[in-house]
Design a protein around this ligand. Structure first.
Ligand SMILES: *Cc1c(COP(=O)(O)O)cnc(C)c1O
Length: 436
């Protein structure tokens, strides 16, 4: 290096860290992240890629825009509960609740007495108010955990009766039979793939029966010559000594009350009214809340589950409890709004987008998704773009996930918050401009 070598003029790290923007970034991102951005910028100056005077700017530009590597995405697929993009988006109320719960909170503490209090009592009360037929409620990590806990507490070392028509794989290799057998319960299959009657269950009941499990096959439909025993019928099945056999109903989707838009989707209130001992469900499907598993039902049975040692390993954190309570008590969550989106409104939004970007407006069918209501199409409208836009949209900022169908990229605004239509428009224009 000579005296005139421009590399001598590369600002030193301590000088760069005194830059107000970079100093503030240390508070936001931590010193390691900022120093890494500084090193990247200094390296670029060393190779002559940028001038020494540009190092501070380059370091600022190299800072991450977020505190997490998770990228926010706009869901333009028309699939409402899309597991790959995080299932249910939280309502503004739930987001506020998560932020409020992020510090120290009275999640398990009574400020009046200074003593320990029941964990998540506000959330459990909200569940009780939402489903009055449930004598007890419990929140665990997810729907699969709720099912594991129920079958472990009621049937470990004993038998769980399940219809052959309900031995399902829910998704991503999650097979119900494997899950249940992992709890130490033995699976006893009854009936056939297409038809199972209440007598099939009654004939299989013995001294070793722990519970009957009825599972909603949420991601497929069997059509034709089919029948299944109803919750009402199963609730009447008794063991040889005349006692009721506990009935666990896994409804999956987390619909708490019947929704006429989804006529075949089971809901917690109806299943309990029909005699289910406990219902298990997900928090982040049709309920529209955070990832969680709900157990609702007979208070003694729920208490038995709560006291089981496994419950401690499945318990949820304060953030989940906060988001779930706000979802239950708060405004209509995005999932519900997107499911019930007015086709006419979707059409006018699509027309406005097409006018701005120059695509064609086409009629499409959205989906509930997330292993729910497979047969229910959601009529809507989308803007059709050249297929190659899909990848450019996904990798843009903000990322937009559209649907590719028959050689077209379809941008469906059903699951896009209306105040983000402008972001979609800019993203599409940028994607169309990237003609590489
Ligand atoms: C989705 C689903 C589950 C699993 O719930 P997670 O919350 O994803 O663990 C279990 N049973 C049924 C019927 C489902 O639809």
């Amino acid at each position: 290096m000579t005296q005139t070598d421009p590399r001598r003029r590369i600002p030193r790290t301590d000088a760069l860290l005194a830059d107000p923007v970079l100093a503030a970034a240390v508070t936001r991102h931590g010193a390691d992240v900022v120093k890494a951005a500084v090193r990247v910028a200094q390296g670029r100056a060393r190779t002559g890629e940028i001038e020494p005077g540009e190092v501070a700017d380059a370091a600022r530009a190299a800072l991450p825009s977020r505190a997490t590597t998770l990228r926010p995405l706009l869901n333009a697929t028309g699939v409402v509960v899309h597991t790959n993009v995080g299932r249910a988006p939280l309502s503004a109320a739930a987001i506020e609740a998560v932020t409020a719960a992020a510090g120290y909170v009275d999640v398990e503490y009574d400020v009046a007495t200074g003593a320990r209090a029941r964990r998540g009592r506000g959330t459990l009360a909200a569940l009780g108010d939402a489903v009055p037929a449930a004598g007890g409620a419990l929140v665990v990590n997810n729907g699969a955990a709720a099912l594991v806990l129920a079958t472990t507490a009621l049937a470990a070392g004993r038998e769980v009766l399940v219809s052959r028509g309900e031995m399902v794989e829910i998704g991503d290799g999650f097979r119900l039979p494997d899950l249940i057998e992992s709890t130490g319960a033995r699976l006893r299959e009854v009936g056939t793939t297409n038809r199972t009657t209440v007598d099939d269950y009654a004939a299989a009941v013995g001294p070793d029966t722990g519970c009957i499990l009825k599972v909603h096959p949420s991601n497929f439909r069997v059509e034709g010559f089919t029948s299944a025993a109803s919750v009402e019928q199963l609730a009447g099945v008794t063991s040889p000594d005349g006692a009721r056999v506990p009935l666990v109903v896994d409804i999956g989707s987390g619909l708490l009350r019947h929704d006429p838009l989804l006529p075949d989707e089971p809901d917690a209130a109806s299943a309990l009214a029909a005699g289910a001992t406990v219902v298990t469900a997900s928090g982040d499907k049709l309920l529209g809340g955070p990832q969680a598993g709900l157990v609702l039902g007979d208070s003694d049975t729920v208490e038995r589950l709560r006291r089981h040692p496994l419950a401690r390993a499945l318990r949820v954190d304060k953030l989940t409890l906060a988001a779930l309570e706000a979802t239950l008590r708060g405004p209509v969550p995005p999932v519900t709004a997107y499911l019930h989106a007015e086709p006419d409104r979707l059409r006018s939004r699509a027309e406005r987008l097409a006018e701005a970007v120059g695509g064609a407006v086409v009629q499409v069918e959205g989906r509930v998704g997330g292993g729910g209501a497979p047969g229910v199409p959601l009529p809507g409208w989308a803007v059709a773009l050249p297929e190659q836009c899909a990848e450019r949209l996904r990798t843009g900022d903000p990322g937009v996930v559209a649907r590719v169908e028959r050689g077209r990229c379809l941008v469906d605004l059903r699951c896009v918050p209306a105040d983000s239509d402008g972001d979609i428009e800019r993203a599409v224009l940028a994607a169309l401009a990237r003609g590489d």
